[in-house]
Design a protein around this ligand. Structure first.
Ligand code: ARG
Length: 841
């Protein structure tokens, strides 16, 4: 560390002073005096004296606390640009004479600026230049201050206002500009400065430079670490940083292990590009771009946990500040710079679209991620896209913007901190008289199928397809939205209108609640520790468990005792007297090693490792034929209909099947290291499977040898018979099945978020084809569903205990994704006993 240029003698801290003055505290003295039997006058004199003592003491206390209290230690970090010195390579080496020479000058500039301000000058302890980078010369520094507490605010304000403009200091003449200073955590600044875990890396042209957390991949990174990597590229370049592996402690709000990437060489908060924690699957594009030729990566860890850490690499690319384009074709695509990597900070891009002839233009944003946690999505003050004076930001589902002319100007702006994935858009020209041939034109310009108009769902996104509709005989009108919804949505226990108008006049009488078995009970009987419903439901959401008579709605402990609590299994509370609801064997399942990042660029492709229980079942002739779920190291659960002999193929013969576990991409099933292949030793379909009704559509398969659990291979939890998956709960279906009705299978594992649909309604839609061993999930409006080839695969439900449960098995449907035809799944809770009897699980 360089010696401070100004020496400061902190005043001796007088903690003794406090004690001395405490002695003066008058209250006890006065009381004693009052008790004395002296003459009245003396008493008065005494009181006067006491009052005087009190005021002196109070004064001293005020003085002490306000003016003499321990000074506050503050560290500021920042940068300033020297514009009249050309950058030379030696500036990168802190031991070079050139570095020493310039840092002396810069320090002088800083100190003279500090001294010129009475709110700053007297408090300076030291001022150190830490690095230089190109541009012309950006100087990074750390300044330390010691300031009495009552002057701290004044110092902060003065530092905020300090602007050095071409300061001439002594004989040195530096033209200085763009001066910034931000307070930083003193503790952190200090440990980063004199720290062995500090690295300086310079990229070489055309080479990827790698760096990792210490010990990676053989050892976990250490607790309580403070590491930093200063990255540099050649002049005229910028840095492309990519985390190839990122496995850190799960994110904790405002604490825990964090990796921070700065668009700077010093840890300035307003230059943070990203803060990362948790684990990212390898397919997630963790790539960041700097605005200049430097970047800083820091690692701060807490005292708990053992995690592998990260492997990162960076390259340099020529600095390209121009972005945007003149687009003159009838249609095309454009995106933010480096999409799907995070866009660079501090950029402005303009796309000027001019479509030919008298056509008009519209832009469809297919992916849109411009999210900055602190920024308001209404005013978009930070990163945004601007079209026709309207700003767009945040994370948005696909949307369309259209213009009433042949021209449209799209402006993208990123500020200095926190970048995101950006957007990908396509533009189209359209006939002004007929923007949506054979379709309905939403107010926004979006085109939707005519059948979606007035169907009770906001397909346009702006509700323009649902306004001024005449409700059909099968529909009713919601009060607030005026939407026409299907009549069978009334009284189904789900607030479909949003204002509850579909759920009035159908509940139990006033002050009564509904049991899951349909009975009504007075609301004061809820949680009165008496099973009034007879199925335990009035006592099931009371926090604790009550022993009751066993019904299908109660959980049965190993002891045979039944408890009322809703979904008590593996919830972290021992509800059964024998603790069998928290048995390790049943609870070590449904875990996803990679915390799920909802951000999947590329549509409905699943992320690698997102569904580690998903299995692909192959036959030699047909290739991928069905899905299955891993429930233990040797057992798979699938659908019985996958194993019915047909057209000369013995699908019931276990030896024809191969199971692929840990699979993501069908094309790489024999190449990927994470994929494990197994033959099937035993196969058993439910004896009650009916190939006409698809009742009891379940089978289990035994692998020829157990698999080892990895980040990509994990078992899913099997729910108890009494487990409730409530109607309208969102749930996931996954598979490599057809992507459209009659279409071909997917190469990459697909996922879709659907909802559980009320059994009675679904049975109406499917004309009475449901049995109690089936559940429906999907959308009545259609569009999202499982399809051929998904059969046997899981319907995965993320439960409140954080584990994922197998709610259903893909079984059948009328076509795929059709309106009013949701998908049908084998109800696993109804099959719980069959699974136990046959597999022992
Ligand atoms: N039976 C189909 C299969 O063998 C699954 C159909 C699921 N269909 C649906 N619309 N959800 O792959």
């Amino acid at each position: 560390m360089k010696e401070p240029d100004i020496k400061y003698n902190p005043r001796p801290q007088s903690f003794n002073g406090i004690e001395e003055m405490v002695e003066f505290l008058p209250a006890t003295d006065t009381k004693k005096m009052e008790k004395m039997t002296i003459k009245r006058k003396l008493v008065i004199v005494g009181i006067v004296c006491a009052a005087a003592v009190i005021s002196v003491a109070v004064g001293l206390l005020v003085w002490h606390f306000a003016y003499r209290s321990a000074p506050v230690y503050k560290v500021y970090t920042g940068s300033l640009t020297v514009t009249n010195v050309p950058f030379v390579e030696a500036f990168e080496d802190p031991t070079s004479p050139q570095f020493a020479d310039l840092s002396v000058k810069v320090t002088e500039v800083l100190l003279s600026a500090y001294r010129s301000d009475p709110a700053i000058g007297p408090h300076v302890v030291s001022c150190n230049v830490t690095a230089f980078s190109e541009g012309s010369v950006i100087s990074y520094y750390l300044s330390e201050f010691r300031v009495p507490a009552y002057k701290e605010v004044a110092l902060d304000n003065a530092m905020n206002e300090l602007k050095v403009k071409t300061a001439k200091v002594r004989q040195f003449s530096l033209a200085v500009d763009t001066f910034v200073a931000y307070p930083t955590d003193p503790q952190m600044a200090r440990t980063f400065q004199d720290n062995k875990c500090s690295y300086f890396l310079h990229s070489s042209p055309g080479v990827e430079t790698q760096f990792t957390t210490p010990g990676f991949p053989n050892f976990p990174y250490r607790p309580n670490s403070r590491c930093q990597w200063a990255l540099r590229a050649d002049a005229g370049h910028m840095i492309l940083l990519h985390f190839k592996t990122f496995k850190m402690e799960a994110c904790k709000p405002n604490k825990g292990d964090v990796v921070t990437v700065y668009d700077s060489l010093t840890a300035m908060e307003p230059r943070v590009l990203v803060k990362l924690c948790g684990s990212y699957p390898p397919s997630y594009n963790l790539t960041f771009v700097s605005s200049q030729n430097v970047m800083l990566v820091t690692l701060v860890t807490d005292n708990v946990g053992k995690h592998p850490g990260f492997l990162a690499e960076f390259t340099q690319i020529p600095r390209e500040t121009l972005c945007g384009a003149q687009l003159k074709d009838a249609s095309g695509v454009f995106s933010t710079p480096f999409y799907p990597a995070h866009y660079p900070p501090n950029r402005e891009c303009i796309w000027d679209i001019q479509v030919p002839g008298n056509q008009h233009v519209k832009v469809r944003f297919l992916m849109f991620y411009l999210l900055e946690a602190s920024a308001l999505v209404t005013s978009c003050p930070k990163d945004y896209v601007e079209i026709n004076n309207q700003r767009y930001c945040g994370e948005r589902t696909p949307f369309v913007v259209s213009s009433n002319s042949s021209r449209m100007i799209i402006r993208f702006r990123s500020d200095q901190s926190y970048t995101d994935t950006g957007f990908m858009a396509e533009y189209l020209s359209y006939e002004p008289q007929n923007p949506c041939p054979d379709q309905f034109t939403c107010k926004s310009g979006r085109c939707i199928d005519l059948v979606r108009k007035c169907d009770g769902w906001n397909d346009c996104g702006d509700s323009s397809d649902e306004s001024s509709c005449t409700c059909s005989t099968q529909q009713f009108r919601c009060k607030t939205s005026q939407f026409c919804k299907p009549k069978f949505f009334m009284c189904d226990g789900v607030n479909d209108c949003g204002d509850g108008t579909d759920e009035v006049d159908c509940k139990c009488p006033d002050k009564y609640l509904k049991c899951r078995n349909g009975k009504c009970f007075p609301q004061e009987q809820k949680c009165d520790r008496t099973d009034n419903c007879g199925d335990g439901t009035d006592e099931s959401e009371c926090g604790d468990a009550l022993v009751t008579t066993c019904t299908e709605n109660t959980f049965k402990c190993d002891s045979g005792e039944c408890i009322t609590k809703l979904n008590p299994q593996c919830d972290g509370v021992k509800d059964c007297a024998d603790m069998s609801d928290e048995k390790e064997a049943a609870c070590s399942c449904g875990k996803r090693p990679y915390s799920r990042k909802t951000r999947i660029v590329g549509g409905v492709n699943a992320d690698i490792g997102e569904w580690p229980w998903q299995v692909s079942l192959h036959t030699p002739k047909e290739g991928h034929t069905c899905g299955a779920s891993l429930v233990s190291s040797t057992i798979l659960v699938s659908a019985a209909h996958c194993f019915q002999d047909a057209s000369g193929v013995r699908f019931s013969d276990p030896s024809i099947w191969t199971a692929y576990l840990g699979l993501h991409d069908q094309a790489s099933r024999t190449k990927s290291d994470s994929v494990v292949q197994r033959k099937i030793k035993k196969l058993l379909a439910h004896r009650g499977f009916n190939d006409y009704t698809y009742d009891n559509d379940i089978a289990y398969l035994e692998l020829d040898s157990p698999v080892t659990y990895t980040d990509f291979i994990q078992p899913i939890c099997i729910p108890d018979t009494s487990h409730v998956f409530p109607v309208s709960k969102s749930i996931w279906v996954t598979g490599w099945g057809a992507q459209t009705e009659g279409g071909t299978g997917a190469q990459i594992l697909q996922k879709a978020e659907i909802r559980i649909i009320n059994q009675t309604e679904c049975n109406v839609l499917l004309e009475g084809q449901l049995t109690p061993r089936m559940i429906c999930a999907g959308y009545v409006s259609g569009g999202i569903d499982a399809c051929q080839g998904d059969s046997g695969g899981p319907l995965s439900s993320v439960e409140s205990n954080g584990k994922v449960y197998l709610a259903g098995i893909v079984s059948w449907g009328e076509g795929c994704a059709r309106r009013n035809k949701p998908g049908v799944y084998t109800k696993v809770t109804a099959m719980r006993d069959w699974i136990r009897q046959n597999t022992g699980l």
